[in-house]
Design a protein around this ligand. Structure first.
Ligand SMILES: [Zn+2]
Ligand SMILES: [Zn+2]
Length: 342
């Protein structure tokens, strides 16, 4: 089979690999679509482990089922999580499934940017979902990223009536904008430095979209009865955005660190200015749990047309270099989907 080996954001090589063998309880999946995630282009995070086959936002058809698999058979259309929690450890029992050691070490092989993947038994049992007939393979690649956004908004305790500032309107920012509106946010303000993305932010529900270079926290007061934002969501790794977030969050508000940052990012914060007598919170969220995946699946099924609008590129496996170029440059693209069978 063909697979794309990642060396760097500008060096991906199509290679031949044997189709993975499967054992008891495992599945062989034929990958139909795989989204490129913002974390796939985090070069510094990958550089010590290259070459490797990336790709975790997959939708697929069951090509082979190992002995003892029940619940799935050849021909089923599925979505599969690469990371699954054990549901039994201290963290899982306390609702923090995404910091579970099992979740951090599970994965499918070799990765979604290949024609086939082997799904280990634990992933089959705890992280594989049958797709509704009407949900396309391309839309189904949103299950994982949307699940991460759902979890993050729960951590940030987003509630109806709030004012939300989203810094960075790439695909993660757009998912946050859409979901915040779905949850009843009164006002969503989107920032970016790219006109194309600002226009998309409006299209997906942002009440106001502003060029980040001209934004000042005082702008929030003008549209929000004198108050700053109840929740600020960081969907960019630009270091300056962190201080913008601190300056834009209202008393008792929350700053959500969503996008992964650069390797050496540190923050300078004035404890007194940010916290004294203000009850502000800084929170982070990583990955998603099976409950989040199921909720994402329900939202996608009901709103497929909205997610279609977020897909800007569908690229055959051999063109994956272009896909990584687009996502790492972060300009006129949103969701970029690789089609491993093409
Ligand atoms: Zn991802
Ligand atoms: Zn666990």
């Amino acid at each position: 089979m063909r697979a794309a080996l990642y060396y760097s954001n500008s060096d991906l090589r199509i290679t031949q690999m044997p189709v993975p063998e499967i054992g008891k309880g495992e599945l062989l999946l034929r990958v139909e679509s795989c989204g490129i995630c913002g974390s796939d282009v985090m070069e510094w995070y990958r550089e010590n482990r290259v070459p490797l086959v990336l790709g975790h936002e997959i939708s697929a058809i069951v090509a082979k089922a190992g002995e003892g698999v029940d619940g799935f058979s050849v021909g089923d259309r599925v979505s599969a999580s690469h990371h699954v929690p054990c549901n039994e450890c201290y963290y899982c029992k306390n609702g923090h499934h995404t910091v579970c050691d099992t979740l951090r070490t599970t994965n499918f092989y070799p990765g979604g940017f290949s024609e086939y993947v082997r799904l280990p038994k634990i992933n089959v049992e705890l992280g594989t979902y049958r797709l509704p007939d009407r949900l396309s393979y391309d839309c189904a690649t949103f299950i994982e990223p949307l699940a991460c956004v759902l979890r993050a908004q729960r951590v940030a305790d987003i509630r109806p009536g709030q004012t939300i500032l989203v810094i960075g309107s790439g695909i993660a920012g757009l998912l946050h904008i859409y979901l915040a509106k779905l949850k009843g946010a009164a006002r969503v303000i989107a920032l970016d430095i790219c006109d194309f993305r600002l226009a998309k932010a409006k299209e997906l529900g942002a009440d106001i979209s502003m060029y980040a270079g001209e934004y000042k926290p005082g702008n929030l007061g003008d549209v929000n009865s004198g108050r700053l934002a109840d929740v600020v969501i960081l969907c960019t790794q630009a270091q300056s955005a962190i201080n913008t977030a601190f300056d834009s969050v209202e008393r008792a508000g929350v700053v959500l660190f969503f996008a992964p940052s650069d390797k050496d990012t540190t923050v300078n914060l004035s404890v007194n200015k940010l916290f004294w007598r203000t009850e502000r919170k800084l929170v982070s969220s990583y990955a998603a749990s099976p409950t989040d995946h199921l909720e994402a699946l329900r939202i996608l099924e009901a709103n497929q047309d909205v997610f279609e609008k977020m897909i800007t590129h569908r690229i055959p496996l051999k063109g994956i270099g272009l896909g990584f170029k687009l996502v790492s440059e972060a300009k006129e693209c949103l969701k970029v989907i690789i089609k491993p069978q093409k």
